[in-house]
Design a protein around this ligand. Structure first.
Ligand code: F6P
Length: 362
C-alpha cells in the first residue's frame, strides 16, 4: 500500500526559523504518522511549475539553526495572479488550476503553507478550490491577524537590539543623533520592541504619525540636560502627521508592489536642519531576516510545526496554527485576509516606554 503524503512550502520573505518549522513538520510526520513528505521549491513558484523534492528524515537533520529556507521562497509567485514578463511588460495570468492539478496529481493529503499574509491568503483560496491546506504564520513583522506572535520576530528584534547597542558607542563618542531604520511594513512591532530593548530615546511608529518639531525639541532638551546624543528608532512605515510614507521601490511583478524604506534619510535632513546637530542614518535592512533563529523562535517554530501535523490528522484544514496567551489555537485562514495586525497606540509597552521618558513624536 502506498504511503500517505503531505507537502510543504515556504512563501514570502524569508526569516529566521523557517527551517526549524520544516524540520519539525517533517520529523513528526515521518516518525509518528509514517507520511512521505515533499517540499515544493520556491513557494508557489514550485507548485505552479511542479518543482518539488522528497524530504526524508535526514534531509531535515541539522537544519534547526540555519537561517533562510532550504526549500527556497518567492514573494512574487501567486497562482491566482502569476506575473509573466514579455517585451519589458508585465501581465498577469491565473495559474491556480495548474497549482491544484499538480497538488492533486502528487496525491497530497495536505499542503502545509508556511508564510505571511500573502502566502496564507493564497492558501485559503486554494482551500476554497478543494485543496486541503494548513498554515503556519511567519514574518519578522509580527503583523498577522489571529496570532499574538509570529516566529522570526524575536530573532529580528534581537538583531536590531544588538545593532542599537553598537550604535550607542558612536552616538555617545561623536555626540550625534543616530537614526536606526527598521523593517515592519505598515506595523511598528519591530521598532517598538527593539526601541525599548535598545533604550531608544525616540521611537517612531507607523501607527503614531510624528510631529518633527516634537522630535527636534526632545533632541535639544536632552542636550540641555547634558545628554549630547540621541537614539531614534524609526519603523520603515512611519510618517509625519499629514504626510506620506517613504517608498523605496515599486516591484511591478509582485502582488504587494510597494517596498517601504528611506524614512531615516529624510529624518537626518529634518533633524539636522532643526537642531543644528550632526545626524546619521543606519538602515538595518535584510540583516533583520537572516542568520540563526533565537532560542525563542526555535521553540516556537517547533511547537507550531508539530502542532500542524496534529491539525492534519484531525482534518482541520483551512486553518493556521496561531498563538493566543501562549497557547496554540486554530485560526481560520480567512481571518488573515482581514488586513495586518497593527500596534495599538494604547499598547501597554507604549505606556511603559512613555512612563520612562521615551517619546513617540506625538
Ligand atoms: O515582510 C517582511 C519584510 O522584510 C518587510 O519588513 C519589508 O518591508 C519587506 O519584507 C521587504 O521586502 P523585500 O525583501 O522584497 O525588499
Amino acid at each position: 500500500m502506498s504511503k500517505r503524503r503531505i507537502g510543504i512550502l515556504t512563501g514570502g520573505g524569508d526569516c529566521a526559523g523557517l527551517n526549524a518549522v520544516i524540520r519539525a513538520v517533517t520529523k513528526k510526520a515521518i516518525l509518528e504518522q509514517g507520511y512521505e513528505v515533499f517540499g515544493y521549491e520556491d513557494g508557489y513558484e514550485g507548485v505552479i511549475h511542479n518543482r518539488y523534492r522528497p524530504l526524508a528524515f535526514d534531509d531535515v537533520s541539522g537544519i534547526l539553526t540555519l537561517g533562510g529556507t532550504i526549500l527556497g521562497t518567492s514573494n512574487k509567485a501567486n497562482p491566482f495572479k502569476y506575473a509573466v514578463k514579455a517585451d519589458g511588460k508585465v501581465t498577469f495570468e491565473d495559474r491556480s488550476r495548474d497549482a491544484v492539478h499538480n497538488i492533486q496529481d502528487l496525491g497530497l493529503e495536505c499542503l502545509v503553507c508556511i508564510g505571511g499574509d500573502g502566502t496564507l491568503t493564497i492558501a485559503n483560496k486554494l482551500c476554497e478550490m478543494g485543496v486541503p491546506v494548513v498554515g503556519v504564520p511567519k514574518t519578522i513583522d509580527n503583523d498577522i491577524r489571529g496570532t499574538d506572535i509570529t516566529f522570526g520576530f524575536d530573532s529580528a528584534v534581537e538583531i536590531v537590539t544588538e545593532g542599537i547597542d553598537r550604535i550607542h558607542s558612536t552616538a555617545q563618542s561623536h555626540h550625534r543623533v543616530m537614526i536606526i531604520e527598521v523593517m515592519g511594513r505598515t506595523a511598528g512591532w519591530i521598532a517598538l520592541h527593539s526601541g525599548v530593548a535598545g533604550g531608544g530615546d525616540i521611537i517612531l511608529l507607523p501607527e503614531i504619525p510624528y510631529d518633527i518639531n516634537k522630535v527636534a525639541e526632545r533632541v535639544l532638551k536632552r542636550g540641555k540636560e547634558g545628554k549630547r546624543f540621541s537614539i531614534i528608532v524609526v519603523a520603515e512605515g512611519a510618517k509625519p502627521i499629514g504626510g506620506e510614507v517613504t517608498v523605496k521601490k515599486i516591484v511591478e511583478d509582485s502582488h504587494e508592489k510597494v517596498r517601504l524604506g528611506g524614512i531615516s534619510f529624510r529624518l537626518v535632513s529634518d533633524v539636522e536642519a532643526l537642531t543644528g546637530l550632526e545626524a546619521r542614518a543606519v538602515v538595518m535592512g535584510h540583516l533583520q531576516r537572516g542568520g540563526t533563529p533565537s532560542s525563542f523562535d526555535r521553540v516556537l517554530a517547533t511547537r507550531l510545526g508539530t502542532r500542524v501535523v496534529d491539525m492534519i490528522e484531525a482534518g482541520q484544514f483551512g486553518h493556521m496554527c496561531g498563538v493566543r496567551c501562549d497557547g496554540l489555537v486554530n485560526v481560520p485562514l480567512s481571518e488573515v485576509a482581514r488586513g495586518p495586525r497593527l500596534v495599538d497606540p494604547a499598547d501597554p509597552l507604549i505606556r511603559s516606554a512613555r512612563s520612562i521618558g521615551v517619546i513617540f513624536g506625538d
